[in-house]
Design a protein around this ligand. Structure first.
Ligand SMILES: O=C(O)CCC(=O)C(=O)O
Length: 270
């Protein structure tokens, strides 16, 4: 259970590091699964040209990855923060990242829709070794938009909003240092970046996306449905494959059934 301070910190700053959230055994399992799948992950040279690889989605590739979706300690932390369940809304990517990820915010700066990601890393990380850098508090819509108005641009019509600032000296930036087993929970409206590791090794990272259950908030419900529909497509036809549903336990069934009750389409493969 998160402390009141941690919940308060998340609300004020937009992130919390769940220290030691995953057991040593879970981390070992993830490392093994990662090394098994990464050789087949496609190249992705959007940020640079350094043979970065990404598997998107990745949760279907190994049961140990899929188990991260409903990890009890992660679900509990999100419940502590939002006072309701968070729902997996598709959006899962696994990286061997050899590039700098530029400063950006996920989505339109100033948006009210709440998205939350978990970041899971397989190596110890700090500013020089791939840590997620954030501007604390920049998930607040007005602050997020103000930063964009002062320093932002779109690299292309479809890219995420970025910052023109020198990436190393962005005012207020904070690297979120982690050790394997820690999970970073963060609001995707935060302005964030990550630098390539100075030791030349790839950043071994996994990200999974959620939104809080909208309950009776019709605008939040519409945002949730739109988010899922925008992420489903050629690469992924359903949130859950038949196999993932067959292998998942009651927590997976409950989350899938809740999405269906909310009118989300293509939740599970029939
Ligand atoms: O490259 C990284 O590690 C940062 C990930 C990121 O920017 C994102 O998931 O939106």
């Amino acid at each position: 259970m998160l402390s009141e301070i941690e919940v308060g910190q998340f609300r004020a700053f937009g992130f919390v590091v769940l220290k030691g959230c995953l057991s040593g055994e879970e981390v070992e399992g993830l490392q093994e699964a990662y090394e098994r799948v990464i050789p087949d992950a496609p190249l992705y040279n959007y940020f640079g040209n350094n043979d970065t690889q990404v598997m998107n989605p990745f949760v279907q590739a190994d049961d140990r990855f899929a188990a991260l979706i409903e990890h009890p300690r992660i679900m509990e932390a999100m419940r502590d923060i939002y006072g309701t369940e968070c729902l997996y809304v598709t959006g899962s990517d696994l990286w061997a990242n050899r590039d700098d990820t530029p400063w950006h915010s996920d989505g339109q700066p100033g948006r009210r829709a709440v998205g939350v990601k978990t970041s899971i890393y397989l190596d110890e990380q700090d500013r020089d070794s791939g840590a997620l850098n954030v501007i604390p508090g920049s998930h607040h819509p007005d602050f997020c938009a103000a930063i964009f108005q002062a320093h932002g641009y779109w690299a292309t019509a479809t890219s995420r909003p970025r910052l023109r600032l020198d990436p190393e000296t962005v005012p207020g930036m904070l690297p979120l240092n982690t050790r394997p087993g820690d999970v970073v929970l963060w609001d995707t409206r935060l302005w964030h970046s990550a630098f390539k590791r100075k030791d030349g090794r790839p950043r071994r990272a996994m990200f999974i996306s959620y939104m809080p259950d909208p309950q009776d908030d019709l605008l939040a419900l519409s945002d949730l449905r739109a988010t899922v529909q925008a992420s489903l497509g050629e690469r992924q036809a359903f949130i859950y494959s038949r196999e993932m549903m067959a292998k998942g336990g009651p927590a997976r069934e409950k989350m899938a059934a809740r999405l269906e009750a909310l009118g989300v389409e293509r939740v599970r493969e029939r």
